[in-house]
Design a protein around this ligand. Structure first.
Ligand SMILES: NC(=O)C1=CN([C@@H]2O[C@H](COP(=O)(O)OP(=O)(O)OC[C@H]3O[C@@H](n4cnc5c(N)ncnc54)[C@H](OP(=O)(O)O)[C@@H]3O)[C@@H](O)[C@H]2O)C=CC1
Ligand SMILES: O=C(O)C1=N[C@H](C(=O)O)C[C@H](O)C1
Length: 246
């Protein structure tokens, strides 16, 4: 029987593509909601719910997923640590795939970032993350940029909070610190998503860049994650698990 997939955020840039990709994957569209929709009814009617809306809905939608015992695929970015903790709490009851970026290429980039960071001493290699997105994007730095920062910190055996973030440099900042990860955000036009992780040392630079040309890559990845999650035990997963890198 076809998997019944519900979409939160169905009127959005991502939501519209998700609806197409649900059909293309042979699944059934169980329903979709916008800002005004009934989220509880969506969870009741679906086997799995995919949510690409806004950080502000993550806590309530995660709680509904746990209450209705429905796997939950969360793509919204800009979540606070408290909102992320609520998502992790729901994952004790149902499978949750929470990924800042559902493209397989970024899953690979995150794995590489962690390995490179483990090998490059922070006293010699400054880590800087540059991202660019379309002018409609409402959160910064992007979820993917933060995920990259977390991967770099993990490679150093630390958390991003411990390592520290240097973002929005302006004016008399003083010299760069040794250790913190720099973040720079560009917004303009209709750029789908570009991320560069730069390791800069005195005599060399290493740059890893990912560019998305079509946001359908995220929709395909999220629908793939929905099918994968439907067969998993409760837990908090990301795209690395879905593509077998986790
Ligand atoms: N993880 C990933 O791979 C990707 C993540 N994203 C993230 O997905 C999210 C959505 O992106 P995008 O589709 O471009 O955004 P859009 O603004 O195009 O669409 C947002 C959708 O969510 C709904 N929505 C917005 N705010 C709320 C709210 N407070 N409560 C309930 N519903 C709400 C909107 O409904 P209405 O029409 O009523 O306003 C709309 O359907 C963003 O957080 C973005 O960063 C985007 C691309 C890839
Ligand atoms: O808002 C977007 O468009 C995107 N958001 C995600 C993020 O914040 O990283 C993923 C992708 O970069 C597109």
């Amino acid at each position: 029987m076809a998997l019944r997939i519900g979409i939160a955020g169905i009127s959005g840039r991502m939501g519209q593509l998700l609806a197409e990709e649900v059909a293309a994957a042979g699944a059934e569209l169980a329903g979709g909601i916008t800002r005004a929709g009934d989220a509880a009814a969506l969870f009741a009617a679906s086997d799995v719910v995919i949510d690409f809306t806004h950080a502000g809905t993550a806590e309530r939608h995660a709680a509904l997923a746990a209450e209705h015992r429905k796997p939950f695929i969360l793509g919204s970015s800009g979540l606070s640590l408290a909102q992320e903790a609520a998502v992790a709490a729901a994952a004790r009851h149902v499978p949750v795939v929470y990924a800042a970026n559902f493209s397989p290429g970024v899953a690979m980039l995150l794995a590489l970032a962690e390995r490179m960071s483990a090998a490059l001493p922070p006293e010699q290699y400054d880590a800087e993350i540059v991202e660019m997105h379309h002018r409609q994007k409402v959160d910064a730095p992007s979820g993917t940029a933060i995920a990259l920062g977390r991967a770099v910190a993990r490679g150093r055996g630390q958390t991003l909070e411990e390592v520290g973030m240097e973002s929005g440099r302006h004016g008399h900042t003083g010299p760069r610190g040794t250790g913190p990860i720099g973040f720079a955000t560009l917004r303009g036009g209709q750029v789908v998503g570009e991320h560069t992780l730069l390791f800069a040392a005195g005599s060399e630079h290493i740059a890893l860049t990912h560019r998305s040309f079509d946001r359908r890559v995220y929709a395909t990845g999220a629908v793939r994650a929905a099918h994968w999650a439907a067969a998993q035990p409760p837990g908090l997963y990301d795209m690395k698990h879905v593509i077998g890198l986790g």
